[in-house]
Design a protein around this ligand. Sequence first.
Ligand SMILES: *Cc1c(COP(=O)(O)O)cnc(C)c1O
Length: 361
Amino acid sequence: MYPKLIIDLKKLTDNLEAVANITKEEGACSLMIVTKGLCADPQMVKLVAEHKAVDFMADSRVKNIASYAGQARKNGKKTVLLRLPMHSEIEEVIKHVDVSFNSEISTIRLLNEEAKKQGKIHQVLLMIDLGDLREGIFYKEEKLIFSIVEEILGLSNIELYGIGVNLTCYGAIIPKNDNLSILTGLAEKIERTYSIHLNMVSGGNSSSIYLVGKDELPKGINNLRLGEAFLLGNDTAYGTRLPGATGDALILEAQIIELQEKPSLPIGEVGVDAFGQKPYYEDRGIIKRAILAIGKQDTDLDSMTPLDKKIDILGGSSDHTILDVTNSDIEYKVGDIVSFELGYGGMLKTATSPYVEKGYK
Ligand SMILES: *Cc1c(COP(=O)(O)O)cnc(C)c1O
C-alpha cells in the first residue's frame, strides 16, 4: 500500500555514528538523540536504544517516551522530556521520564509532590532563554533564575540536573560562542554560589553541532540534543550536510493515479483554493500532469524533493499532489511510484499520518 515512508535502518545507523563521532570524539559532549521527528518509530527507537554511543533518549511527547522508556532504561539510557510538562501530565512524566526540561516553579513543585508519591527522585533541567524566545527563563532575569534554583535545591524529591538552552526554533537565532558562553557562565555561577555540581549544560539542538571541532563550542557545554542531524543528516544552523551523514535515510513513495496532458493555467474566474489561499499559476502551456495519491493531510508539499530532478511539484490539496512530469526522462504511467527525499516538515507529517505506511530497509 502507498503512500509509504521507507526507513533505511543501515543509513540511520551510519548517521547516528556520524553525529556520535562529531559530538563525542571532537566535542566531548554526551549524546542525546531526539526521537520526535520520526514519531518514535519502534525500529528507529530500537536502533538508538541499542547503540553504545547514545546516552539519552528524548522526545517532546510523554506518549512517545512511554512507548520506549523500559527499553531505554534497560539499555542504560536516561529518558528526557524536552517540552515543558503540562500540569495535566505530571503523573505520566514522573512514571516514564528521568529528566524533564522546566522553566516554571509551579510545575516543578507539582513534579516534586508526585515524585514523593511515587517514591522517586526526579531530575530537572532548567531552561534558559538566550533570545530565541521560545521556552526558558530570560537570561537577563538572574534574580528569578537564582530564586528558582534555590527553591529546587530545597525540594525533597527533585534534583537539579543542569541547565540548557534551545535556539533556532522560534526566533531562528543561531548558536554562537558568545550567546552559549552566557549559558556556561551562568552554570559556573550557580555551581560557585551553591557549591554544587551541575551534571548537564545542554548547548542546543542540531543547530549547535556545526560549532563542534571548530573550537567554537564554549568549554562547559557538555551535551547536545540531536534530532534532525541524526534523521536527516543536517546541520540546521546553515543547512549543510554533516560529514559522514546522508539525507536519504528516509524516502517517501507515492503512487500515480492520473496522468494526462492538460493546460498549466486553470480555466475560469480564480477564487481561493481548498485552503483559502489565493494561488499563483505559471503558464507553462500544455503539460504532462501526474496526480499522486498523497496530499496535505499526509505531508508537507514544501518539504519534499523528488528524486527525479526533472519533476516539479505544482501543488496539491488535502489528498492529491500534482506534478509536472513533462521534462522527465522517465515515461511515467498510472500506477508508477514517485519517490521523494524529505525535509523536517515532510518527515514529521508523514511519520505522524496514519495514512502513510511504513517500510524498512
Ligand atoms: C525538538 C527539540 C530538539 C531537537 O531538535 P533538532 O533540530 O531536530 O535536533 C532539541 N531540543 C528541544 C528542546 C527540542 O524541542
